[in-house]
Every structure is written in structure tokens, then in C-alpha cells.
Design a protein around this ligand. Structure first.
Ligand code: CA
Length: 264
């Protein structure tokens, strides 16, 4: 899967956004924001290699974790497969255009806030995009500071930043977790594992999906690593005799549920 690299057909070339690149001299925020508790996950679907690279760098410098796709089908796949705080969708994309990606993702229940990137004067596309469930749009060329500010605003507005199950609550923007009002202190890895289980609560999540989401596509990673983190999480979640929320479903993976799943 094309994640942080650009595809082979997308060799960097002189980007047509020379004015954009100038503002790059002045990064929006310092890298130190990475250690803040506000790491946002952003999906960028954009086929122009120069623009893509520029967006990725600027977003990472402002404290976001960025996944990049250079065509519509890959973008849709990622949007459906994993949770993001915000997705940036270019409209003109190879394989499937941004509007079709948006429409299909919404039909599949994806709630991720989406910002469309449109070429100047594509007013029709903007209107269509908003009708299809886009949350915002920005016309190219844009100022990177404006893009980052809008991404942050969208993430804040996102209705899904508080995930709950029974007496467990996770705020994905503040990066906090509590159970019955008692704060739990999770490592970043534990937090990511729990976030994925909460996003898909009630459904089994396979070890492979957890590996792909938390450790990216690190094929060298032993699936048993997942078990280790599930145990860490259970210890923290069940401290003081609280009921089990993360259940093992044999052959299927783990299910986060307030009820014991049927085990056959
Ligand atoms: Ca394009």
C-alpha cells in the first residue's frame, strides 16, 4: 500500500506551486508539537507528487501523522479501513475521482471529516462535494497556514473525537482515556490499539488489522506483539476489578464490548 512514499510513477518534479513553497520557509509550528497529546491522523489523497510531498511535510511539521495515497481507489481503501481525524481529498484523481471516493465512503458509513481540494473556479465541484458530505473545501493554490488551520478546525469539530463503550471513554483529540471517570494512562501504542477496538466496537478486529493500523505495514512484526499489548490494556482497563471489555474471539481476533461475545 502506498503510504508515506510516492508511487514509482510519481517521481518528484518541479511543483507548480512555487508560491506555496515559499511559505514553506516558515513552518507553521515547531516539531516539538509532536510530543504534545494532540497527534492528529490525516489522510492525504493527491496525485500530484510535488503537492503531496509538500502537504505531507507541512502537516507533519504541525504535529500530524500523515498517510498519503496517490489515487482514488487507494484513498477509498484507507478511508474505509482506518480511522482518521481528517481526510484531504483532491478532486481530479486517477482511478476514481475525489467526489466518487467521498460518496462511496459516506455510503459505507465513514464519518471522517473530509476537506476537498479543488482547482480554482471549480464551483460546480464544490457544490457537488458539499452535497455529497464534504465538510470543507479549499481552492488551489492555497496558503499552507490556512490549510493547516482548517484541518485543525475540522478535527475539533469532528463529532467522533470522543469514543465511548460502557463506562470507558476516549478523547482522541486530547488523547485521554478514562473508565468510570478515573483517568487511565496509556502508552501511545496502547492508545492506538484501544482506539481501533473502540472505533470498531462490537466487531472482531483481527491481529493483522491491529498490526497494520498500529505498526503500519511492518511485515517483520510478530503478531504475538498484539497479544502483549492486549494484555497491557486489559491490566489497565480492569484495574480494581472492573469488568472485562476486550474479549478474545477465537480465530477472529479481539472484540471490544461490554458483553461477553458468543464463543463457539
Ligand atoms: Ca489531481
Amino acid at each position: 500500500m502506498n503510504r508515506t512514499q510516492l508511487g514509482p510513477a510519481q517521481q518528484p518534479m518541479a511543483p507548480p506551486f512555487s508560491d506555496l513553497m515559499k511559505s514553506k520557509q516558515n513552518p507553521v509550528e515547531k516539531r516539538s508539537s509532536l510530543i504534545s497529546t494532540n497527534l492528529m491522523r490525516v489522510l492525504v489523497v493527491e496525485d500530484e507528487a510535488g503537492v503531496c510531498e509538500f502537504l505531507q511535510q507541512a502537516l507533519e511539521e504541525s504535529g500530524c501523522e500523515v498517510v498519503v495515497c496517490s489515487n482514488g481507489p487507494d484513498g477509498l481503501h484507507e478511508l474505509v479501513r482506518q480511522p482518521f481525524d481528517v481526510a484531504l481529498l483532491d478532486i481530479m484523481l486517477p482511478g476514481m475521482d475525489g467526489l466518487a471516493v467521498l460518496k462511496t465512503a459516506r455510503l459505507q458509513g465513514v464519518q471522517t471529516p473530509v476537506m476537498l481540494l479543488t482547482a480554482r473556479n471549480e464551483t460546480g465541484d464544490k457544490v457537488a462535494g458539499l452535497d455529497l458530505g464534504a465538510d470543507d473545501y479549499l481552492a488551489k493554490p492555497f496558503r499552507i497556514e490556512e490549510l493547516v488551520a482548517r484541518v485543525r478546525a475540522l478535527a475539533r469539530r469532528s463529532r467522533n473525537h470522543v469514543l465511548t463503550a460502557a463506562d470507558l471513554s476516549m478523547d482522541t483529540l486530547r488523547r485521554t482515556v478514562d473508565r468510570s471517570g478515573r483517568a487511565l494512562y496509556l502508552s501511545p501504542t496502547e492508545f492506538s490499539v484501544l482506539q481501533l477496538l473502540l472505533e470498531r466496537q462490537g466487531q472482531p478486529v483481527s491481529k493483522r488489522d491491529i498490526l497494520a493500523y498500529v505498526w503500519r505495514d511492518d511485515a517483520t512484526r510478530d503478531p504475538n506483539t498484539v497479544e502483549v499489548y492486549i494484555n497491557y490494556l486489559r491490566n489497565k482497563l480492569e484495574a480494581g476489578g472492573a469488568t472485562r471489555l476486550i474479549h478474545t474471539q477465537r480465530g477472529a481476533g479481539y472484540v471490544l464490548s461490554s458483553q461477553e461475545p458468543d464463543e463457539s
